[in-house]
Design a protein around this ligand. Structure first.
Ligand SMILES: Nc1ncnc2c1ncn2[C@@H]1O[C@H](COP(=O)(O)OP(=O)(O)OP(=O)(O)O)[C@@H](O)[C@H]1O
Ligand SMILES: [Mg+2]
Length: 293
């Protein structure tokens, strides 16, 4: 599609609480702040963690309720992601959903956001046909790329729910990179094996995008991973290499890792990644971008 050069990344893991939302936000924040890139973040999780955190953002949201007012208008004008999907799935109709800044919220000049809505909860219960929804995200990104009202985004990052929804299917079947955070615990290697296999089976017959797996919440001792965290990293690396060799999954374990730091809890609501985490996220980003080339 003309002008659609944005690289698309989906953060996913079926395990809850590994840091999908945190990582999506921190990457978007670091990349848009420290490079010239324009980044668009989607919250595709009906639990709305990211949307709620942005609503509470001390810098851009809660004080003057800029986001709250924008969000209400977006809902009342039927300009949410759910409305877009509703329009897309109407039978035998042209996908008529103009996209502008009533659909996309501007957090900063270079970091923009499409929030989640409660209606996504009900979506899975409706009888949407899987193949009818598959092309939704691809077509929506095409509209965004071709809209004269919107900037050309360099990167689009999706925060996916900890389950395989129709929307995740639509994203995963068209994105350039699937990013999987794992944690240094007993489930690390087993969980990685499980998600790599599940993704392959769910996306078939379509090819899987490249998959980057990395350690989040790495425990450290004077700046380096503890022996235990290093052990889990080697385990997950082995699982990725095995999947790449035996199942033709283009999976790679990233060398970059994100340490466990309590300050990250306020990264979204305080409107900034803690300074000690900026370099780790830059390293993760550099590796992700190199892998997508
Ligand atoms: N590097 C980190 N250091 C310390 N805490 C972290 C780190 N990354 C994430 N957390 C914390 O872990 C918890 C879960 O993070 P987050 O909500 O990002 O996970 P998630 O995978 O999106 O969860 P869900 O499956 O519910 O969507 C949060 O309290 C978050 O602040
Ligand atoms: Mg989340």
């Amino acid at each position: 599609m003309a002008g659609n050069n944005a690289k698309t990344i989906a953060t996913i893991n079926f395990k809850g609480g590994v840091g999908k939302t945190t990582v999506t936000w921190c990457l978007g924040d670091v990349v848009s702040s420290f490079s010239r890139a324009k980044v668009l973040i989607f919250d595709l999780d009906a639990q709305m963690s990211l949307t709620q955190a942005i609503a509470l953002n001390e810098a851009t949201g809660a004080l003057d309720d800029r986001f709250g007012k924008w969000y209400e208008t977006s809902i009342s004008r039927k300009k949410t992601i759910f409305d877009a999907l509703d329009q897309f799935t109407k039978p035998a109709e042209h996908f008529d959903f103009p996209v502008g800044f009533d659909f996309i919220y501007q957090i900063t000049d270079d970091l923009h956001f499409v929030p989640s809505v409660e209606d996504l909860y009900w979506m899975e219960l409706e009888v949407f046909d899987r193949d009818g929804v598959k092309d939704f995200i691809r077509r929506l990104l095409g509209k965004i790329a071709n809209s004269p009202k919107l900037p050309q985004y360099d990167y689009v990052v999706f925060d996916c729910p900890p389950s395989f929804t129709l929307l995740s299917y639509s994203v995963l079947s068209c994105c350039d990179l699937i990013l999987i955070p794992v944690n240094p615990d007993f489930f690390a290697s087993k969980g990685t094996n499980l998600i790599l296999n599940t993704l392959r089976m769910r996306i078939e017959p379509f090819p899987l995008p490249r998959i980057g797996v990395f350690m989040n919440k790495t425990k450290t001792w004077s700046g380096s991973p503890t022996n235990e965290s290093a052990f889990y990293m080697r385990e997950v690396e082995r699982v990725c290499a095995q999947a790449a060799a035996t199942q033709k999954i283009d999976a790679r374990f990233f060398k970059a890792w994100i340490p466990e730091r309590v300050g990250v809890k306020r990264a979204i609501t305080a409107g900034g990644v803690p300074s000690e985490l900026v370099d780790p996220f830059k390293r993760l980003w550099t590796e992700a971008v190199e892998f997508m080339l």
